[in-house]
Write a protein that binds this ligand. Structure first.
Ligand code: ADP
Ligand code: 5GP
Length: 200
């Protein structure tokens, strides 16, 4: 049985990383796609867990040799998803969870039409800014840049399959789990597994 591809996008600071950590901790069938990036690690981030932190030259080499299923340049850094990992993960029956900005989400949907796109929204722009400041680690310039980009990304939300507002963390987590359960129950995913049972 092939697994699903689930793409999650959110403006920076909406709580996406927090929610993804919770989903991964609760669900062994869910695997996180560790992107490649040229951005330096933030305090606490681990190479090979949060991202593969690689040099500009290594990124271009990987991209130009067809190793990425999609990639973008943003905030002056490159980010990209490993193609081999995605194919291997879903072929093995696990669900691939991709944390991508909207251009990457669109590219994945074009290549894998069965991929489900989920957008996490903050309750308001004011709360988004509060959370970004609270998390820290950004200069004032970076903060302004991310808020501006966040507003831009929120305009893309209507093109996603599902919208989850992260006001109360536990509620947002429950809603995301419901989406993942529904994704697995789609007949295109579950029928190949069920059909042999009924010899049809
Ligand atoms: P993102 O990955 O979307 O950039 P984070 O998961 O790092 O965002 O969350 C940004 C900040 O907001 C963190 O300090 C996090 O603890 C906090 N946060 C996340 N979800 C909520 C929530 N529902 N209510 C209040 N604070 C939250
Ligand atoms: P951050 O620098 O805060 O970790 O990530 C910035 C943005 O890059 C987030 O919106 C995140 O979803 C996106 N992102 C992370 N990895 C990838 C990737 O491999 N491809 C694309 N398209 N976006 C990514």
């Amino acid at each position: 049985m092939e697994g699903s591809i689930l793409v999650i996008s959110a403006p920076s600071g909406a709580g996406k990383s927090t929610l993804i950590q919770r989903l991964l901790a609760a669900d062994p069938r869910l695997r996180f796609s560790i992107s490649y990036t040229t951005r330096p690690p933030r305090p606490g981030e681990v190479h090979g867990k949060d991202y593969h932190f690689i040099s500009h030259e290594d990124f271009l080499r990987l991209r130009d040799s067809g190793g990425l299923v999609e990639w973008v340049e943003q905030f002056g850094y490159f980010y990209g998803t490993g193609v081999e990992w995605v194919r291997r993960t879903i072929a093995g029956g696990a669900d691939a969870l991709l944390d991508l900005e909207p251009r990457g989400a669109r590219a994945i949907k074009a290549l894998f039409p069965a991929a489900l796109l989920i957008f996490i929204l903050p309750p308001s722009l004011e709360e988004l800014e509060r959370r970004l400041r609270l998390r820290g680690g950004l200069s004032l310039r970076e903060l302004a840049q991310r808020l501006e980009q966040g507003r831009e990304e929120l305009r893309q939300a209507c093109h996603y399959d599902y919208l989850v507002v992260n006001e109360d963390l536990a509620t947002a987590e429950t809603e995301l789990k419901a989406i993942i359960t529904a994704a697995r129950l789609r007949s295109s995913i579950s029928w190949p597994h069920l059909a042999p049972r009924f010899q049809v």
